[in-house]
Design a binder for this molecule. Structure first.
Ligand code: ASP
Length: 321
């Protein structure tokens, strides 16, 4: 029986074209929607286009629009959702939806590295792959999935790793959980657990900082003055900071503002291994929260969701374990 798939176009390179000067930009009608035959052969498609934005323009507001749009459909009305999205912040939207939607049908996010009229354009191909995955029974109960370049990744692990290569989306340390072949959709792994947080608004502000050799406390003092509600730090190695940053960390924690630590290494997990000044063990004693393998941009999304549901630092810490 033909599947009903909701396609939500949001913008990005996948909906753009290159002009004679080699510049890529949006052009009137979304080029993907012109490939009617290739797409309608795959099932019954419902199309929504709530906005058309390059993904650096996407904010929490648009992510909430997508969540609410998806929640307006029931499993009786659709069998799956495909979202087309710019690749720059695709992982953030995918992870936000992963944590905040609780649907029984699959939600697949896709995009393209080459615009619609460039040689080797990957947009239409990726949309077709995403619809095929959204239509498969096996894609259910795996959380939000990201499908590009014949690979199926979890929203929690996937990240954009290359500025221009079509195989940019990778899941460092874990790899994809499935592949798309000419004949089928093949899953070889399944997430052990899925998280869900009931959230309908995001109003708090979370800063994201990257640690570096010689980092001092000045940015922490500035963030305190700017009244941010939380901070994510991409720390060094296993989860360490330079000693000059410690006074700033203490000043933030004294205000009951949560600090979540991830590693700036893109493989591995931040842990409280070192007990020297600024080492992970010292930071943990001070009250810094360690995150379980998320990258900085996704830990920021999760902290925003956490702050929308609780002010309790212990509860927030549990959410990151
Ligand atoms: N800068 C573009 C965007 O994220 C890149 C892309 O879509 O691939 O909207």
């Amino acid at each position: 029986m033909s599947k009903k798939i909701l396609i939500i176009h949001t913008g990005g390179t996948i909906s753009m074209s290159e002009d004679e000067t080699g510049t890529v930009k949006p052009t009137g009608q979304n080029p993907i929607t012109q490939h009617t035959k290739e797409l309608t052969d795959l099932g019954e498609l419902l199309i929504e286009e709530p906005f058309q934005l390059p993904s650096p323009h996407i904010t929490m507001k648009e992510m909430l629009v997508l969540k609410k749009m998806i929640e307006n459909y029931s499993a009786q009305e659709i069998d799956g959702v495909v979202i087309t999205h710019g690749t720059d912040t695709l992982e953030e939207t995918a992870y936000f939806l992963d944590l905040t939607t609780d649907t029984t049908f699959p939600i697949i996010v896709t995009g393209a590295m080459r615009s619609s009229n460039e040689i080797g354009s990957d947009g239409l191909y990726n949309v077709i792959s995403a619809i095929r995955v959204a239509s498969s029974e096996e894609a259910k109960n795996k959380g939000v999935l990201v499908v590009l370049n014949d690979e199926i990744h979890t929203a929690s692990n996937v990240t954009k790793t290359h500025t221009s290569n079509v195989s940019t989306f990778q899941s460092p340390q874990y790899g994809p959980i499935g592949i798309v072949t000419k004949r089928g959709i093949i899953f070889h792994h399944s997430p052990l657990e899925l998280e869900y947080y009931r959230t309908n608004h995001i109003e708090k502000r979370v800063a994201l900082l990257k640690a570096h050799a010689g980092m001092d406390s000045s940015l922490f003092y500035a963030i305190k003055e700017l009244h941010y509600d939380g901070i994510v730090i991409e720390a060094l190695g296993q989860g360490n900071l330079p000693p000059d940053a410690i006074e700033g960390i203490k000043a933030i924690l004294a205000e009951n503002i949560p600090i979540v630590l991830v590693s700036r290494c893109f493989n591995g997990i931040a842990e409280d291994t070192y007990s020297y000044e600024g080492g992970g063990s010292h930071l943990k004693e001070l009250g810094v929260i360690f995150s379980n393998g998320l990258n900085g941009q996704k830990a920021r999304i999760k902290l925003l969701i956490a702050l929308a549901t609780t002010n309790d630092i212990n509860r927030i810490e549990q959410m990151f374990q």
